[in-house]
Design a binder for this molecule. Structure first.
Ligand code: RI2
Length: 304
């Protein structure tokens, strides 16, 4: 339990962050928990796993990768304790492996949309988006990247570090400079925390403004998202909860003003009409096809 609580704490505090990484960390924590769970019956095993799942699910309410990873790992058809344990462990290992392969495949698929000499704008720090950018660079397309700072957590600084490691020409801008540089941009490539059944995107705060700018300037807006970033529950009519984080992330010192409070929504919603393409590991799709992706790859949740 200690290890599981430690993973939950790290996800909550964003020491472990990025939707894909959160899913993989949850799968790893559940695998290790299952391995060490000392129980006598299948029922006790299932309720122990459910308790562990609940601890993880409480950490970040928006990222559906967490929910999908947990569901994929704990779902088993075994009829006895040891087979259930084995199945859960192999589910977790498969999820971790598939997730890494998916990110690579997205790079292969998405980089075909990038032309030699393109300038790409990206926001926050997405491994899936960086996979596309990295694949384009390795294909010798001579690209340039403009990365936003991504207040308040400044994940843009992680992005510029990774781009620099790859040897890609990069410029860092403050979030409010997006419109000023948009005329120089050929396409925007961002990651995803959630894709809904109607193809809308929930991603790091600021993404929706960037999509509006791109639309107004007639620039392509591309999303990089593994299929486990799609939300099955949105087919059932559920809205995606938007995580509001601590005001101290925006301003470390408490405000002296009595009538002012700081708000810190971590994500926003980009309507599907501003999205040109979603690159997944099973293909590049228009947002309108999201419903089909959910039905075909995540149908497990539709029974309740
Ligand atoms: P990958 C991040 O959320 C960003 O919003 C990013 O676009 C998204 O996860 C996907 O990241 P946070 O954990 O899975 O920083 O593509 O809040 O790495």
């Amino acid at each position: 339990m200690d290890q599981l609580s430690e993973t939950a704490r790290k996800i909550s505090s964003m020491e472990i962050r990025g939707a894909g990484k959160i899913g993989r960390a949850a799968a790893e924590a559940l695998r290790d928990f299952a391995l060490n769970l000392r129980v006598q019956s299948l029922e006790e095993f299932d309720s122990g796993m459910q308790m562990a799942a609940d601890v993880l699910l409480k950490t970040r309410p928006t990222a559906v990768s967490l929910f999908n990873a947990v569901k994929i790992v704990v779902t088993h058809r075994a009829k006895d304790l040891e087979s259930a344990r084995e199945e859960v462990i192999s589910n977790a290992n498969r999820f971790i492996e598939d997730s890494a392969k998916a990110v690579e495949k997205i790079g292969e698929i998405g980089c075909r949309r990038i032309k030699a000499g393109d300038t790409i704008l990206t926001h926050c720090n997405s491994m899936a988006a960086l996979s596309i950018i990295g694949a384009a660079h390795r294909a010798g397309k001579d690209i340039r990247v403009i990365a936003t700072e991504s207040r308040p957590r400044l994940q843009g600084l992680l992005t510029i570090g990774m781009l620099d490691e790859m040897g890609i020409e990069t410029e860092l801008i403050v979030d409010s400079a997006v419109r000023s540089v948009m005329d120089e941009v050929d396409l925007v490539v961002v990651g995803a925390d959630v894709i809904t059944a109607n193809g809308s995107l929930v991603n790091k705060i600021g993404t929706a403004q960037i999509a509006l700018c791109a639309n107004e300037a007639r620039k392509s807006f591309v999303v990089a998202a593994e299929t486990y970033k799609f939300s099955p529950r949105t087919i059932l009519g559920e809205l995606v909860p938007i995580e509001e984080r601590s005001p101290s992330e925006v301003m470390p010192d408490p405000l002296k003003h009595r009538h002012v409070r700081i708000r810190n929504p971590a994500f926003d919603v980009t309507p599907h009409r501003y999205i040109d393409l979603i690159c997944t590991e099973v293909g590049a799709i228009p947002p309108e096809m999201s419903f089909i992706i959910i039905k075909e790859t995540l149908g497990f949740e539709l029974d309740g």
